[in-house]
Design a protein around this ligand. Structure first.
Ligand SMILES: *Cc1c(COP(=O)(O)O)cnc(C)c1O
Length: 234
């Protein structure tokens, strides 16, 4: 099942790239494996997946030692400052930096261990109450502040679009994140690259790809629906 799902998702990414005149290699698929057992992750691994996304530190710490070393783990969920120390050397990218205080804590822990930590700024484009992230208006100022941290590199932006019935409704969220990345890039801030745009999930990734996503995060479309959120099966 997982192998077929991956093939279907990959074909749909390819078709969206084609429609947008983009190259398939410019889009990285992160398989979001939260709440799923290691056996299922291994199935995805066997089918070629190397980028896995988790939204809880605990789950990364539990799964990573049971899986091959060449996996690139992505932290995609809200990160508490007291968990930073445990996760910064386990992941290739933290997608969910949603405050300057969190970035400051990453800087502090990374400096202690002489690490450079790659991050994205999470932007709450639609301004939803229930979601973390900088507002579109705050993001540039946050980038300027965070860029001062020597052990943190801002690679780009991330957003979680609203849950909608018709993915077309999220196109404008993706366009806004893209435009924001262009605007910030133009400022040529040291330590800020803006090459990565992490946007699009199972319900809307084709629209995100059409609007410039370089990373999409797909869970249910690969592993099937999550029944009990927060449950961990190892
Ligand atoms: C769960 C999750 C996803 C994947 O969602 P699906 O709808 O299952 O594809 C993507 N990004 C974040 C931040 C998530 O928490």
């Amino acid at each position: 099942m997982i192998e077929n799902n991956l093939k279907e998702v990959s074909d749909r990414i390819g078709a969206a790239c084609k429609r947008a005149g983009r190259s398939r290699e410019d889009v990285t698929l992160v398989a979001v494996s939260k709440t799923k057992p290691v056996s299922m992750l291994m199935e995805a691994y066997a089918a070629g997946v190397r980028d896995f996304g988790e939204n809880r530190v605990q789950e990364i710490l539990e799964k990573a030692p049971l899986m091959p070393d060449d996996i690139r783990w992505h932290m995609i969920g809200h990160l508490q400052t007291n968990k930073v120390r445990q996760v910064i050397d386990r992941v290739v990218l933290i997608h969910s930096v949603d405050s300057v205080a969190l970035a400051r804590q990453i800087e502090k822990e990374a400096a202690k261990r002489d690490l450079v930590v790659h991050i994205l700024l999470e932007v709450n484009v639609a301004g939803e109450e229930s979601k973390f992230g900088f507002s579109v208006d705050e993001a540039e100022e946050a980038a300027v502040e965070i860029a001062k941290f020597a052990h943190v590199r801002i690679d780009g932006l991330m957003t979680i679009a609203p849950f909608v019935e018709n993915s077309e409704e999220n196109r404008d969220v993706f366009q806004k994140l893209f435009q924001l990345s262009v605007d910030i890039k133009r400022k040529n801030i040291d330590n800020v690259k803006m090459d990565v745009l992490s946007m699009g999930m199972t319900g809307d990734f084709e629209k995100a790809v059409e609007e410039g996503a370089s990373v999409i995060r797909v869970g249910a479309g690969i592993f099937g629906a999550r029944t009990r959120i927060g449950e961990i099966n190892l």
